[in-house]
Ligand binder design. Structure first.
Ligand code: NAD
Length: 504
């Protein structure tokens, strides 16, 4: 077979009667074009009924002044095609450039990031032979809203936003994935012993949704010990679902533990579209040298085929790839003395996979996708929320007023005296905290106090009204204690919608 790959914009030679898919393909930067061409070659030989439309995005688009790396015409293609196979892209060095992945995920509403982390021992070295874990990471919420503020000379703030619909979508996506892929357990990781409201909501929704899937075991672990166990006993895990930040960190660790980050694939799935890519970056150090391993992107393409309902093609390609590994045909990054027989380049590896279409691995377990239910982006959309939001009876207990206050002494008792003097009738200063720790009344003298004070005022008798809160603030301003921010303290159907101060 010729070592020359087909042109990158290709149509598969299938019967015209077969329903065809249209997919946008971005070749990316660095090793992106090489591995993308390699993957498209395998898809073409496997006669996948897909028409690809090339789309330009990445480093050149950044440098041409498109701050997010995606020019307007690329957005048009993405809107029409709804599915993107994406090569890795270089983020130019220096400030001012936004991550293209974050831009794509958020703009296209790709709420779920799914990363299978599988060991291919003994063909690829892994500290954990037999590891087979799928990390399902929430992709849009948490601290990744990028809502950050400098509030005082000393204090920066990052808002962690977690929504019930967001939790329901990602948790349901994890359980649906488990059902479709014949998995038996979903583990939820959160830190709800500390963040009782945000992570607590995630955990609570997990318990609610889990009840809809009695055939799948469900467990929750605190993320710190859960991560430690994942790193040391990955066999205890099957599917893991977690919030954005924890998932971001854990999915890289898990991919690395499985063997090579160069072989890990990821799917970003939303209600209206999906994006498939390798986990690794554009590897400029080996770009253009025919050295890159195209496996991560090829496995991403397998996930894309499953998403499109092309299960037979996905199964044939995945098994041909496993055969190639087993036959010891390895790119330099995974070449080893024990199991490698031929060191090959990107192109030759792709040809070896294509040559093995129709074969199954003998030592590694073959994949079986034939009977798997079809995945649709809209599946989560079709399922009504398990607990539809209802019009809760919302009342206001009071207000947390945040102050920038930095006299030399930083004595909380002095601040409390000033606040109580300014307090209007109907309000009571309940507590002052600094960085969340109670410093008044009865603070501990060793507690470090920054210039950022949270002063909790509770309404006495009647619930607080917006006007009463404004009146209180006016009094504080008049006393020289201008608020830098306020948070109202609501109850929903009588239940407290705010956390107690630490030590309160
Ligand atoms: P990288 O993943 O590109 O490379 C890290 C190391 O792994 C390098 O030594 C590289 O040679 C090797 N490597 C990566 N993929 C390989 C493959 N398929 N085969 C063989 N070896 C491989 O990470 P980096 O160097 O930190 O980032 C390079 C650029 O990629 C940066 O601009 C970064 O912003 C970008 N990046 C993009 C994505 C993406 O588009 N999804 C992800 C991560 C990084």
């Amino acid at each position: 077979m010729s070592a020359q790959l087909a042109p990158s914009s290709i149509s598969s030679p299938v019967q015209p009667t077969v329903a065809r898919h249209t997919v946008a393909v971005a070749h990316g930067d660095g090793i992106g074009p090489e591995i993308t061409d390699a993957v498209l070659h395998v898809l073409r030989v496997a006669a996948c009924p897909i028409d690809f439309t090339p789309v330009q995005m990445g480093e050149q688009a950044y440098l041409a002044g498109h701050g997010a790396g995606v020019p307007p015409e690329a957005w048009d293609v993405l809107s029409r095609h709804r599915v993107l196979l994406k090569g890795p892209m270089t983020t130019p060095q220096g400030g001012g450039y936004k991550s293209i992945n974050v831009t794509l995920r958020k703009t296209l509403g790709l709420f779920a990031n799914v990363r299978p982390c599988v060991a291919y021992h003994p063909y690829v070295h892994s500290a954990h032979p037999g590891m087979d874990v799928v990390i399902v990471r929430e992709n849009e919420e948490d601290t990744y809203g990028g809502i950050e503020h400098r509030q005082t000379g000393e204090v920066m703030q990052c808002l962690k936003l977690v929504t019930r619909p967001g939790c329901e979508r990602i948790v349901r996506h994890a359980f649906d994935y488990a059902v479709r892929h014949g998995r038996h357990k979903v583990t939820c990781l959160s830190k709800d012993n500390i963040m009782k409201m945000t992570d607590g909501l995630f955990h609570r929704v997990f318990e609610e949704v889990a009840r809809e899937y009695p055939q799948i075991a469900a467990e929750h672990r605190i993320v710190d010990i859960g991560a430690a166990r994942l790193a040391t006993r990955p066999k205890d895990f099957d599917v893991v679902v977690t919030l954005n930040l924890y998932g971001d960190i854990l999915s890289d660790i898990a991919a690395e533990m499985a063997g090579s980050i160069g072989m890990a694939a990821s799917a970003n799935v939303g209600l209206h579209g999906a994006m498939f890519e390798a986990v690794h970056g554009s590897a400029p150090d080996i770009a253009g040298k025919n050295l890159a391993n195209p496996s991560g992107m090829l496995l991403a393409a397998v996930m894309m085929l499953l998403h499109l309902g092309e299960h037979d093609a996905a199964e044939r390609i995945h098994n041909a790839w496993l055969c190639t590994l087993e036959d010891g045909i390895h790119t330099p990054d995974v070449f080893n003395e024990m199991t490698s027989k031929r060191r090959v380049g990107t192109r030759e590896f792709a040809h070896a996979v294509a040559d093995r279409l129709g074969r199954e691995p003998r030592r590694l377990a073959p994949v079986r996708y034939g009977a798997m239910p079809v995945e649709t982006s809209a599946a989560a959309n079709d399922t009504p929320p398990s607990a539809p939001p209802h019009a809760a009876d919302k009342t206001c207990d009071g207000v947390d007023v945040f102050l920038d206050w930095s006299p030399e002494t930083r004595d909380p008792d002095i601040l409390a005296t000033a606040l109580r003097a300014a307090c209007v009738e109907g309000w009571r200063l309940a507590v002052i905290t600094n960085r969340g720790v109670k410093v008044w009344p009865e603070g501990h003298p060793d507690t470090f106090c920054s210039d950022h004070w949270r002063c909790r005022f509770l309404a006495e008798g009647e619930p607080a009204t917006p006007q009463a809160i404004l009146d209180l603030q006016q009094r504080l301003v008049a006393a020289g204690l201008a608020p830098i921010k306020t948070e109202n303290l609501y109850r929903f159907d009588g239940e407290r919608g705010y956390s107690a101060a630490q030590g309160e």
